[in-house]
Design a protein around this ligand. Structure first.
Ligand SMILES: C[S@@+](CC[C@H](N)C(=O)[O-])C[C@H]1O[C@@H](n2cnc3c(N)ncnc32)[C@H](O)[C@@H]1O
Length: 221
């Protein structure tokens, strides 16, 4: 499938630009983000990559929702670190974060072949030089201790995310998990050796839904 200019209604760009401004991001980033959205919307017609089909809805539920956590990856960019986005699906939140944080090294981990094919194409067409795609089950990724952070959105419970991908984190690495309702039960059930580090309420411009960023790291003995 070829690249084409984003064929969107101007109101969609305006909504995205005002959402970016509300998140303290440069509204000019709307251009590369809309290129990604156009690709996603086009492939979604045949590949069923996401249940959200309306591009206007994708702006809030996918782009701005993914970007609401952007301040929390700044430390990784500063230390020239690496982040693995587990069960990334069509690249969420990994691709929007990579677009707005140049220099952030992102590995997109996805086991579904169709989604991985889309991801490789998106990386190529959007010229995302610091992004790589690993088509694999998370638990089979053989890169122990390689990452400063792992992200996961709509993947699994906190204990299961750590069971699948905890091995990928450096000793001081962090799981940054995006959650809806505050996951008190999941936090109480964290596996031995892991502890809640912080929890931040996230505001997603234009969305009412409750969102939280849950930060988990290795417990200090
Ligand atoms: C509900 S989707 C969420 C996708 C994306 N993170 C988002 O926020 O839209 C979960 C994704 O995780 C992938 N997945 C689930 N278990 C996995 C595993 N063990 N290894 C790799 N990918 C997995 C699925 O194929 C699916 O694309």
């Amino acid at each position: 499938m070829s690249t084409a200019p984003a064929p969107f209604d101007p109101s969609l760009r305006r909504n995205l630009e005002s959402g970016l401004a509300a998140l303290a991001l440069d509204p000019a980033l709307a251009t590369p983000l809309l290129d990604y959205l156009a690709l996603l919307a086009r492939w979604n017609r045949t590949y069923n990559l996401t249940a959200v089909r309306d591009p206007q809805e994708m702006v809030g539920k996918h782009l701005l929702d993914s970007l609401a956590m952007h301040p929390y990856v700044d430390g990784i960019v500063e230390r020239q670190g690496a982040l693995a986005d587990l069960g990334t699906g069509p690249g969420l939140p990994g691709i929007p974060l990579a677009i707005v944080k140049p220099g952030l090294r992102v590995t997109l981990v996805e086991s579904n072949g169709k989604k991985a094919r889309f991801l490789r194409e998106a990386v190529r067409q959007l010229s995302l030089a610091d992004v790589r795609v690993v088509e694999s089950r998370i638990e089979e990724v053989d890169e122990p201790g390689a990452y400063d952070a792992i992200t996961a959105r709509a993947l699994a419970t906190l204990p299961l995310i750590l069971e699948l991908g905890g091995h990928l984190l450096k000793p001081d690495g962090r799981l940054l998990a995006m959650k809806g309702v505050y996951p008190a039960d999941e936090i109480a059930a964290l596996p031995a050796g892991w502890a809640l580090q912080s929890a931040y309420p996230l505001t997603v411009p234009g969305l009412e839904a409750e969102r939280h960023l849950i930060v988990v790291g290795r417990a200090v003995a």
